[in-house]
Design a protein around this ligand. Structure first.
Ligand code: HGY
Ligand code: MN
Ligand code: MN
Length: 417
């Protein structure tokens, strides 16, 4: 679909509209699967809580007449028939897994807004030309099993299914075994060629839309990211009888690396750097730490920026002494979305009279992988205080409703082309 064709397209009026209250009810209803103490959700991928929300989603889609396919990594594809089933499907969706003590909206809004579009099509007997597929991607968060965006990565060919099945969590449980435990190691072979385009609605997870009082983010791309594991080896020793000058304290060396990650990000704006995981051995008050494992997340909108940051990290590790080892375990290049799909999102927000602005996503998303195999774009709605990966994550009902409506209008726009 050419951008020119989009611009001359008549604005959308008198079409069915999605039901924001029903969407909000679904958000509240699914938050019970893994409900955490402060109002958020702990629903790590392929756990019992994840099975519960998956079963809920599959039942809801089947009740609407969708065919539901589950592939070898547990991705769920719920397809609502279109007038011409020989056409590739328009695809929307996101992820239902969360961070530990995560929020009720991150990923969930995109899947449930897709479900809301299905409900709207059904109740208004609207038949699109294309089939419409709503997807739940397995393990977007990457908290239990690394790397993140695993299901979409296998689907896009960035990670082999066998390699993914063999990856383990901290308890040594493999992805394959976890899929079997919850009954979501599917048989379906779903090919990317079955799809025409992908649009993902997601909360911004940052402060930009709220700060500018803008209703919709027209996401033009996603910044790049690199994940590193660092092990620092020292010498365990008695905390009382070992003189300071004779200590080989792994945690002190690791602390210098943690500060270096913060400084490297500050020196390479708008890059960001985080050490989100620290494991100290033997983790006893009166033993000088002999080993420390760090997990590092670095991001930047450009490859050159990421190279710069990685080089500085290597330097910092070298300074920590020969007993620190750095391993890059994952890298995702910056992504630029397809301009014609981005235009469809922008036109839809405009047709609905919502304020909108272009944004590059700071957070990673399944759309980053899907954009490598089909025309893709994203829609953002605001995050209160820019907060996410936090139980206090919040997007208001009317903001969720606006996002779902832009998603629906975008689908209608794409369906005509
Ligand atoms: O880490 C990310 O960017 C995503 O929220 N999993
Ligand atoms: Mn997400
Ligand atoms: Mn997330």
């Amino acid at each position: 679909m050419s951008a020119e064709a989009l611009r001359t397209e008549p604005k959308r009026i008198n079409t069915p509209v999605t039901n924001g209250d029903r969407l909000w009810n679904d958000i509240v209803a699914t938050a019970r699967f893994g409900a955490a103490d402060k109002g958020g959700v702990t629903r790590l991928t392929l756990t019992e809580e994840d099975r519960e929300v998956r079963d809920w989603f599959v039942a809801a889609c089947r009740a609407l007449g969708c065919t539901v396919e589950i592939d070898g990594i547990g991705n769920i594809f719920a397809t609502y028939p279109g007038e011409d089933m020989s056409l590739p499907a328009i695809t929307v969706g996101s992820h239902l897994d969360t961070q530990p003590q995560g929020g009720r909206f991150d990923g969930i809004l995109g899947v449930l807004a897709g479900l809301e579009v299905l409900r709207t099509l059904k109740e208004t007997s609207t038949v699109l030309r294309h089939p419409l597929t709503v997807v739940n991607w397995t393990n977007e968060e990457g908290s239990r099993f690394s790397p993140a965006m695993m299901g979409s990565g296998v689907f896009a060919g960035a990670l082999s299914l066998d390699a993914a099945h063999a990856l383990t969590d901290r308890d040594g449980v493999t992805v394959g075994a976890a899929l079997d435990t919850i009954g979501y190691r599917g048989e379906a072979r779903v090919a990317p060629a079955a799809f025409a385009a992908y649009v993902e609605l997601h909360i911004e997870q940052g402060p930009l839309l709220e700060a500018s009082a803008t209703e919709i983010g027209v996401v033009t791309g996603i910044q790049g990211l690199r994940w590193f594991d660092i092990t620092v080896t020292g010498t365990e020793a008695h905390a009382g009888s070992t003189p300071m000058a004779q200590r080989d304290d792994a945690l002190v060396a690791a602390a210098e690396i943690v500060l270096a990650v913060r400084n490297i990000a500050r020196e390479n704006p708008p890059g960001v750097g985080t050490v989100g995981f620290v494991d100290v051995g033997p983790n006893s008050r009166n033993v000088v730490p002999g080993s420390v494992r760090l997990q590092i997340d670095m991001r930047h909108p450009s490859e050159a920026g990421l190279d710069q940051m990685e080089g500085a990290l290597q330097e910092a590790v070298r300074k920590a002494g020969a007993r620190a080892e750095l391993k890059r375990i994952w890298s995702k290049a910056p992504v630029v979305f397809d301009p014609s799909i981005v235009d469809a999102v922008r036109n839809s927000a405009e047709a609905l009279g919502y304020s909108a602005t272009d944004v590059v996503s700071g957070a990673g998303h399944d759309a980053a992988h899907i954009a490598t195999i089909m025309p893709t774009a994203m829609i953002f709605v605001p995050s209160k205080d820019g907060l996410s990966h936090n139980e206090a994550e919040y997007t208001a009902p009317e903001e969720c409703a606006r996002g779902a409506e832009v998603l629906f209008q975008t689908i209608l726009e794409l369906d005509r082309h």
